[in-house]
Write a protein that binds this ligand. Sequence first.
Ligand code: AFP
Length: 353
Amino acid sequence: MAVVPWSQVRTLESTIGKEQRLHPHSRGIFSDLMRRIGVASKVVVANVKRAALLNRSIGMAGPRTSEPLQMHLVANDIMKSALVWMPSVAGLVSRDENGVVQLPEKLRAADQYIVFYASIDGRSNLDANGSVATIFSIYRCISGYSTAMREDFLQAPYKQAAAGYILYGSSTMFVLTTGHGVHGFTLDPEIGEYVLSHENILIPDKVKCFSANTMHTPRWDEPSRAFGALLSLGKEPRYAKTTSRYIGSLVADFHRNLLYGGVFMYPTNQATGEDKLRLKFECGPLAMIIEQAGGLATTGRERILDIRPTDMHQTVPLVTGPRREIELYEKMVRDHDVASGKRRPSLPPPAAE
Ligand code: AFP
């Protein structure tokens, strides 16, 4: 394997610096925030890798010795203590806490941000040594007040300034978008740096994988069942080689599909009317990443990025993957809604003069 000369090695740090130089008036405040998330993730991964030794578990497999310290709470504290004192953080929301995180009195930076994070997503995989991830989503503070207001927290995901995840798998990867493509940085444990390994990720235009909890299929609505069957039965030549892959750890499933090409879906449970995945912590950030990578993310009836949240912990259905499949799914939902009288057919385009 060719060794990349050291002068050409690009790290998360150097990439953040390069992006900052594109904005001559930048004060480096956003860059500092990114750096801090990078450092916090290294502390999280150090804990995740040694969770079994430190008796940190989600407890699903039962306590081993004494009361296990739940890993997601440890990770939540790490993220919180890394961000809570930052002058640029005007609002902080954790998936593991109700309400917003109480911020201490501190100096305020000129540029202020709201940070949402899920410290450990997919935690039910932890005891089985499965992949888990930290997801984050960053918005500019728009209210102009020194303390973030409701309108700051309830911005639609298309307003995200940045989104990313750190996937703790066989290697640790930091995947980031600031709205200029998606880049993946692999943590080199020898030097403790995130090194650019996946520049400008684009989702392949093929459906190698279909990812869904298919045990839930009977509780999906009709177009979702039909779409799932279309992909998995392989009658269409385009899906003849599609195979099923589902870990039950959202980022791990999403990341595989992003690199190999694939569709992830988690439709509404029709029996309960409930959705599982949270807009601000999971669907919104992944939607920004997939769109920056050339794909789409939808509920079937609405682009995920356009949803105006009514609640910070709001859940929504999520179907995401290559553009062609997501447009097809939206069409199947639209046709179903028209046929069942839930939606009026769209008007034909006006005749040319
Ligand atoms: P946990 O963090 O509690 O494991 O939940 C993770 C998650 O929200 C998401 O990461 C998975 O895709 C999804 O749950 C899997 O859930 P199902 O067991 O319902 O398929």
